[in-house]
Design a protein around this ligand. Structure first.
Ligand code: DAH
Length: 338
């Protein structure tokens, strides 16, 4: 009898280990713990046990029953928890999945690129750390031009070179292109630029620009106007009007700034356009003969136009945003709106 109890105990132990579902736990109960189960059957055979052994066998049997019962209880709790986990309340709406997306400035950059690529422009890039020659000198800045001042420019020290700067605009990429390619050249040049400026609602020390350049025989200001107007219509909408205002840049002659009618107030005047009805969107002009000459392009044979715009500003105007810092505060509540 004691031998049989031992055998049954190892059988029950093995059965308990094997339980992995509520159904299996129930099968275990029906096999071992009910009135006609294995343990009860052994209890019934107590009658055959010799009197002097009854105490010991009874004790062993009781222990076996307690072992089976507590093992079953434990298995039941475990399997119940398991079966509860996947579905708590099938009527609950599913949790929302949040997907990341491109930063609004990268979206704007992609859109600007796409519009110009459709008009036949290629995309070129240049280094963020420039030398004085490409950033200023070759672009016809005079040696004492105020933009070269410490107030505006971040200088970079590297070894014994003292002519390195973080580029203050994307215009130096024009120089690199004209020095490495022969006309016709028709490219846009997006990239990061750096200025030693206090960060305010309207200015950052680090931002993005897109430069444009077209050099060929017979390039005219009328083509510049037509191209930029096409761009503005594609970016801001078909109904905008634009104007060119005379301006000055060392690397273009003549130079202009382009304004579009404020689409927020339809030109009537509002806070965003400072009650003028116009929004300035970019600087542009005909490439200065000195700049062409610096790149070994004969200004008697070739002419070109150039333009440059800030991407953050372009995007701010498109969405009616009045604080440029929002783009870089990484607040998902803001960024997820785009
Ligand atoms: N580089 C100028 C700036 O940072 C923008 C600009 C103006 C670029 C006129 C041009 C241009 O190519 O023709 O303010």
């Amino acid at each position: 009898m004691l031998e049989e109890i031992k055998k049954l105990r190892s059988k029950i132990d093995a059965d308990l280990q094997a339980i992995s579902s509520a159904e299996e736990a129930e099968a275990f109960r029906l096999k071992h713990l009910v009135r006609k189960g294995t343990i009860a059957t052994l209890f019934e055979r107590m009658r055959e046990v010799a009197n002097e052994e009854k105490r010991l066998v009874g004790k062993e049997l009781n222990q076996l029953r307690a072992f089976a019962q507590s093992g079953f209880d434990e298995a039941q709790i475990k399997t119940e928890q398991k079966s509860k986990e996947p579905i708590q309340d099938p009527t609950l709406p599913p949790r929302k999945l949040y997907h990341g997306h491109e930063h609004p400035i990268m979206q704007a950059k992609a859109r600007i690129q796409e519009i110009f690529i459709r008009m036949g422009f290629t995309v070129a890039t240049g280094p963020d750390i420039e030398d004085d020659y490409h950033n200023f000198e070759a672009l016809n800045f005079s040696p004492d031009h105020p933009a070269r001042d410490m107030q505006d420019t971040f200088f970079v020290k590297h070894g014994d070179r003292d002519d390195l700067v973080l580029r203050t605009h994307t215009s130096p990429v024009q120089i690199r292109l004209m020095k490495s390619q022969k006309p016709p050249i028709r490219a846009i040049m997006p990239g990061r630029v750096y200025r030693n400026e206090a960060i305010t609602a309207r200015a950052l020390a680090e931002f993005y620009q897109v430069e444009g350049l077209y050099v060929d025989k017979g390039v005219t200001m009328a083509q510049l106007k037509g191209t930029l107007f096409e761009f503005a219509r594609a970016y801001y909408g078909k109904d905008i009007k634009f104007r060119f205002r005379p301006s000055f840049f060392p690397f273009t002659e003549p130079s202009a700034e382009m304004d579009i009618t404020c689409f927020l107030c339809d030109g009537k005047g509002c806070r965003v356009c400072k009650y003028s009805g116009w929004l300035e969107i970019l600087g542009c002009g005909m490439v200065h003969p000195n700049v062409l000459r610096n790149c070994d392009i004969d200004p008697e044979v070739y002419s070109g136009y150039a333009f440059g715009m800030g991407i953050e500003r372009t995007q701010m105007l498109a969405i009616g945003l009045d604080d440029i810092r929002l783009f870089y505060e990484n607040d998902v509540r803001f960024l997820s709106q785009f």
